[in-house]
Structures are given as C-alpha cells and as structure tokens.
Design a protein around this ligand. Sequence first.
Ligand SMILES: [Ca+2]
Length: 321
Amino acid sequence: MRGLKSEIGFSLIVSFIVVMLSIALLINLNNQRFDIIEGGDFSDPSFWQCRGNATIQNGKAHLTINETQGKNCSFSAVHQGAYPHGWDRKGQIKEVEVRKNEASEKALFLRIVANRSEFRFYNRTESIVNIGVMIWIQLDEKYDKPINESRQLELDINFASFLYGWWTNYTVKPITWDTHFIGYSTGEDDDYHYVDSANNVMFEANRVYEISIDVGKSIAKAFERFNIQWGRLRSFDIYIEAKYGYGEVNIDSVEFFYAPKANISQIIFQSMLNGFLAFLATFLLIHLFKRMRGLLSSPLRSYSQHQIKQRTAMSKIGGDL
Ligand SMILES: [Ca+2]
C-alpha cells in the first residue's frame, strides 16, 4: 500500500513538471513570428523575380503596366517561390501549412507600404487597373504536374482596384471583389481561383499607404468555397494588372508573416492532456519495471534453493558411501 502511494506521488510530480513545461513551451511557440518571404524591404533584388515591366532599385520595387489591346491577365510583378505546374520558380518561401478549421486563426498577415501613380483608362466600355497580391497554395502532391493533371489554388487579393466605363457611368470607381472560378476562361489552367479584396484601398494617387491584409481570412473563404481541407503556401507575387489601362506602383516594403495567437484555453487543455499522459506513462512504467524485477528475481531464487537442496542430498549420499 505504501508502494502504491509513492508510485502515485512520483507520477504526479512528473505530471506536474510536464504540465508546466508544456505551458511554457506552447506560449513561447504561439507568440513567435515567422517571415514567409525574404527581402521584403527590396534592398537586395536577388530575392525576387521581376516579371513584365518591373524593376527593383534603391530599396523599392517599381511596377508599370500599359495595356492597350484589351487582353486579360496582362501584368507586371515581383515574385518569389514556386508556381505550380512546373512554371517559373525563384527561391523558396516559408511553406506554411494551413488546415481548413484553423485558416482564420493561423494569423497570416501582409503589410505593404506603397504609393501608386494616376491611372489612365482607354476604353469606354470597360477599363480596369488592379494592384494586388497573388498567392499559390499547394493542395496535393501533384503541384508540379502539368495543368491538365493537377488542380491547385490561386488566391488573389486586391488592395487597389479601379474600374471605368459603361458599368460605372463613365467615372473611375474603386471596386471590391469576392468571386471565384475554376480554370481560366482562356483555358490556361484548370486551377481553383479565388479573388478577394482587402479593406484598404489606395484611393489617392501619389500618397503613401500602409496596407495590412488578413490573408488567413481570405484563405478560409477560399477553402470554404471549394471545400478544401489542407494547403501549403508555395508562391507569392505583388502585381499590377490592367485591361485597356495604364498604372504604376512603387512598393517600399512588403512583409508576409505567420504569427499564431496564443489561445490560452487551448494551451491549458493541451498541457493538461500532456500531464495526464505523462502521469499514466510514469505510473505504468514503474509498475512494468517492478513486475520485470519480480519476474527476474523469483525464478532465480527458487532455482538456487532447489540446487542447494540437491547438493545437500548429494553430499549426504556421498557421506554414506
Ligand atoms: Ca524599401
């Protein structure tokens, strides 16, 4: 009985230590911040791939677009990471994994400091100029397979989007998007596309804006819409695109980071669970150890006693002879 008490006592002490360590570790882990992209201050252009009419100089990225033919998807961008389907790649971003139920709690944020030029609109029916980010998310192991064998997710978040034409009664109007489709109408791919807008819109030209974007929120919407359970961040672009339009944007800096919030009740629950498991493990190990010691010692003892008896008997016989 005293043995059992000390076993429980010892297991409780181990369990308590595990709970305390778990709390400390989980709080520490949950308050960390991980940068998903590198070179976001544009002091070193080698982190980036420039696409279209894009340059990086003097700590800024400068993107220009001038589209006069009415082509869709004409853009200039700075890019890093790996596009799907074996398209271009430049370095590697931190490939954070996101599950459906935790997408909004993942705390994925973008902070962009930028200013834009005056935009020009050429077509009276429909002209458009857009500034945004494009994030490719891997959904399965076929990420690098050709477009007809693989379906991945492109998330597009605009933070300055302006429309001019018949639709807007011939005035330039900021517009917000919340739309989705599968595959480009041009047949360029067969991927999931989700187009969202950040709340911040760069209303005025030649003014510096600090834009913050809750990327996790947009990922949650896209996952919900397409019933996606899991994804991994693979590629990041900032772009300016236009259809019958002209625009420029200067980007001073971009930060894209992952900073999970400490969820106290979750941490306590997880730590208690760890403590309980540690208690069970310790208690069972002590028992197992004791039993093994018992099993090892008892046959030895009976064996040697048996031998002693035999020897005494033998010596008795010898004595008689
Ligand atoms: Ca800069």
